[in-house]
Design a protein around this ligand. Structure first.
Ligand SMILES: Cc1cc2nc3c(=O)[nH]c(=O)nc-3n(C[C@H](O)[C@H](O)[C@H](O)COP(=O)(O)OP(=O)(O)OC[C@H]3O[C@@H](n4cnc5c(N)ncnc54)[C@H](O)[C@@H]3O)c2cc1C
Ligand SMILES: *[C@@H]1O[C@H](CO)[C@@H](O)[C@H](O)[C@H]1NC(C)=O
Ligand SMILES: *[C@@H]1O[C@H](CO)[C@@H](O)[C@H](O)[C@H]1NC(C)=O
Ligand SMILES: *[C@@H]1O[C@H](CO)[C@@H](O)[C@H](O)[C@H]1NC(C)=O
Ligand SMILES: *[C@@H]1O[C@H](CO)[C@@H](O)[C@H](O)[C@H]1NC(C)=O
Ligand SMILES: *[C@@H]1O[C@H](CO)[C@@H](O)[C@H](O)[C@H]1NC(C)=O
Ligand SMILES: *[C@@H]1O[C@H](CO)[C@@H](O)[C@H](O)[C@H]1NC(C)=O
Ligand SMILES: *[C@@H]1O[C@H](CO)[C@@H](O)[C@H](O)[C@H]1NC(C)=O
Length: 633
């Protein structure tokens, strides 16, 4: 039976197999004997990494259930300069909708998330830094577990990558690294390197900031520095290296790894619960594109890696969550775990941009069809030129680099301290445990602010247009310099919950953007700082007037209004199944096991307990490596 099941599933695995997904296989002959040691729900950034590591032991069988396709062969996936194009923002994107955001002027916003094998790593911007040492150390303190500290985790960051140090040309263009923080061994998986194309204005910008040059944006001390971001790319041929490239393609022939694509996991199947036994998962139910429902069974564990919106959704559809919320959605409660889907966090994105007299920007490809053709040829024939890279320089601003007036900063911090209890309660949905957890998070974050040793904001330079006027035709046909202003340490906490038993319905997602006043104040400072940077020497030499926010947005009030009207998701969702103690409202323990369940672990960005000052992907790989390492169980 095991053989039969494997044979059937093979029809669904990726491969040179014919495109037969519309009728994947017949289930008539299927019995309940398709059984694996592990079933991984979601083959994304974390899920495919976990499946790959687990199947290194040839005695361990793993099935992966992924809602999207394998998209590795699409140019918009593997060509760095096409990031965000074509299917990346249509069929490969969940494009989750939020409820109207009260503090965004009632706007509905959209949160991007990868819907493909590889998840976010298929459509993201490949920016690959790590957060602050003290933030990872905070996970360890919060969970009273020294295995979740920077020193203990560094081996797993290293193990996830195959690092290519910058060459002379890249060093000339400010790329920098410290050997002790990287590895390049046969054990490593995701290729990490630096861009091989730079726009001179990026370097002008770096020297226009008063930030210290970063020795390495992955060394645990990015705060207060500026540097060229490492990218998740294969430096040998300048192609994106996604989770699929790193963890799946080289190992796809493993007979103990079955990856199913284009199938939607709908719920976890439980052993009939009996009074004094812990809840135990026995399988997973999923749906193929033809609408049929199937089941796959598990001997050891279900690993939940469907992302910070997808994972809480599966738990709730499976009867695990806040009974009141489940009942309203038409789901029977099986295990009361009321903080599932709470503590939902996202980084917030805004911008400032100006026209520029620089010779080339990324806009040039759209403005000049001949140049575009020439650059495409360069990529295809020589793997160089503007399409071969997505260069981004990052600066991580300390509070003192945002608030130039000490008194103003102190006042803001005093207000925040005074209101810790109020907002912790406001964001915890009546759950006293979570109130305690959020209070802990606030006190921890405030310490970083007060010591001026943590970055609440990233300002990153983009050599081309970035801003709220997404549609090319709606903006002047000119070249731009842009600075993305990313709020990295929001104090707002939202939630994501199902509202119906239908697994194809989107959950009700409320990130509660800007609900905590510190978030708005900080972000507005960041946008202000960004627009000033564009005019600072030596960048002023190519400055040709501000486009956005625009000359009429000239007071702090006007800028606040502009931010409220235009800011959006930075697509860094996390926290909704937080790794925290139970008495703090956590959902998983420090082995990432869901409280009250014997054999379900969450391995994705949902477990990150509080916002960290970095793009998430490198950290998500680390989490996957950490959980698969000996001693993790
Ligand atoms: C547009 C964009 C740009 C970004 N830029 C960067 C960047 O430059 N650098 C960086 O570090 N980070 C970036 N990020 C963030 C980063 O990519 C994500 O935070 C990270 O990949 C999330 O990893 P994850 O494992 O938690 O979830 P994901 O990688 O999203 O994986 C979840 C997987 O589960 C699947 N899934 C969900 N529900 C189901 C279901 N019911 N059944 C089956 N499968 C399901 C999804 O299709 C997906 O493949 C970006 C994200 C986006 C969307
Ligand atoms: C796999 O199982 C076989 C038989 O139980 C055993 O002999 C072998 O050592 C195992 N291999 C690994 C890598 O654990
Ligand atoms: C926002 O979404 C809601 C549904 O959640 C819809 O009723 C409303 O019309 C939308 N509002 C806007 C401004 O798009
Ligand atoms: C890039 O190189 C890797 C090997 O390092 C190879 O596996 C991959 O197919 C190449 N990609 C493209 C698009 O050339
Ligand atoms: C369950 O545990 C309770 C308290 O420990 C005990 O009184 C009861 O008899 C147990 N029930 C079963 C079915 O074992
Ligand atoms: C092709 O690439 C090499 C190095 O990768 C570079 O030296 C050369 O200038 C490139 N050719 C063109 C026409 O750009
Ligand atoms: C469960 O959800 C309801 C409705 O959102 C909320 O009022 C209640 O406080 C929650 N219960 C717990 C224990 O968190
Ligand atoms: C709060 O945490 C305690 C463990 O410290 C747990 O027993 C209790 O059920 C939790 N309460 C809620 C409402 O989650």
């Amino acid at each position: 039976m095991q053989r039969l099941a494997r044979g059937l599933l093979f029809a669904l695995t990726l491969g040179p197999a014919p495109p037969a997904f519309s009728h994947p296989f017949s289930f008539e002959s299927r019995t309940l004997s398709a059984r694996y040691d592990y079933v991984v729900i979601g083959g994304g950034n974390a899920g495919i990494a976990v499946a790959s590591r687990l199947t290194e032991d040839s005695n361990v069988t793993v099935a992966v259930i992924e809602a999207g396709p394998n998209a590795e062969d699409l140019p918009e996936v593997f060509i760095p300069g096409l990031t965000g194009a074509a299917k990346s923002f249509s069929t490969l994107n969940w494009a989750y909708k939020t409820v109207p955001q009260e503090n965004f002027g009632g706007r509905n916003t959209s949160i991007a998330a990868g819907k493909a094998l590889g998840g976010g790593t298929i459509i993201n911007s490949m920016i690959h830094p790590r957060a602050e040492k003290k933030q990872y150390d905070g996970w360890g303190i919060l969970n009273d577990d020294p295995r979740w500290t920077w020193d203990a985790l560094l081996p797993y960051f290293k193990k996830s990558e195959v690092f290519t140090p910058p060459n002379d040309f890249q060093i000339e263009n400010d790329a920098s690294y410290m050997d002790e923080f990287h590895a390049s061994s046969a054990e490593g998986r995701v290729k990490v390197g630096f861009p091989n194309y730079f726009f001179p204005q990026s370097q002008l910008w770096a020297s226009a900031t008063d930030f210290e040059p970063s020795m390495d944006l992955a060394n645990g001390h990015p705060q207060g520095t500026v540097g060229v971001s490492p990218n998740a790319l294969d430096a040998r041929n300048n192609t994106r290296c996604s989770a699929v490239c790193g963890y799946y393609t080289p190992f796809r022939d493993r007979p103990n790894l079955d990856v199913m694509t284009d199938v939607l996991a709908t719920r976890i199947i439980w052993d009939p619960p009996s009074p004094n036994t812990t809840l135990r998962a026995v399988g997973v139910e999923f749906r193929s594109k033809d609408g049929q429902t199937h089941q796959v069974f598990v001997r050891k564990e279900v690993i939940l890696s469907a992302g910070a919106i997808g994972s809480p959704k599966i738990l709730e559809l499976s009867g695990v969550g806040n009974a009141t919320i489940l009942k309203a959605a038409g789901i029977n409660s099986i295990l009361e775990l009321p903080t599932v889907g709470e503590n939902f966090i996202d980084h917030v994105h805004s911008w400032a941009n100006s026209f520029t007299t620089a010779e080339y920007t990324r806009d040039s490809l759209k403005l000049d069809a001949d140049l575009d053709k020439q650059q495409q040829r360069l990529w295809y024939h020589n793997r160089t030129g503007m399409y071969s890279a997505a260069p981004r320089s990052l600066s991580l601003a300390l509070p003192s680099q945002l608030f130039e007036d000490d008194d103003e900063l102190n006042e803001v911090l005093e207000d925040t301290r005074r209101d810790v209890e109020y907002y912790a309660e406001l964001f915890s949905n009546g759950n006293k445990n979570l109130t305690r957890g959020i209070k802990w998070q606030y006190n921890f974050a405030l310490k970083g602010w007060e010591e001026d040793n943590s970055a609440p904001v990233e300002l990153n330079f983009e050599p081309g247009y970035a801003g709220p006027t997404k549609n090319f035709a709606d903006r002047p046909a000119r070249k731009f310099s842009s600075i993305n202003a990313v709020l990295l340490n929001p104090f707002s906490r939202g939630r994501t919950h199902i509202s119906s038993p239908n697994p194809t319905d989107m959950p009700v997602i409320d990130p509660a953007y800007y609900t905590h006043p510190l978030d708005v104040i900080t972000h507005v400072k960041a946008i202000q700082r960004a627009r000033e940077m564009l005019r600072m020497p030596p960048l002023d030499g190519i400055y040709d007037g501000e486009f956005e926010p625009g000359a009429d947005v000239d007071s702090e009030e006007a800028l606040t209004e502009w931010a409220v009207d235009t800011s959006g998701s930075d697509n860094h969702i996390m926290g909704s199944l937080a790794m925290m103690p139970e008495e703090f409202g956590g959902v998983v323990d420090s082995e990432l096991r869901v409280y009250g369940i014997e054999n379900v672990r969450v391995v994705d960005a949902s477990i990150i307990p509080f916002p960290i000052s970095a793009h998430l992907s490198a950290t998500v790989y680390m989490i996957a490596e950490r959980v698969c390492s000996p001693g993790a169980t």
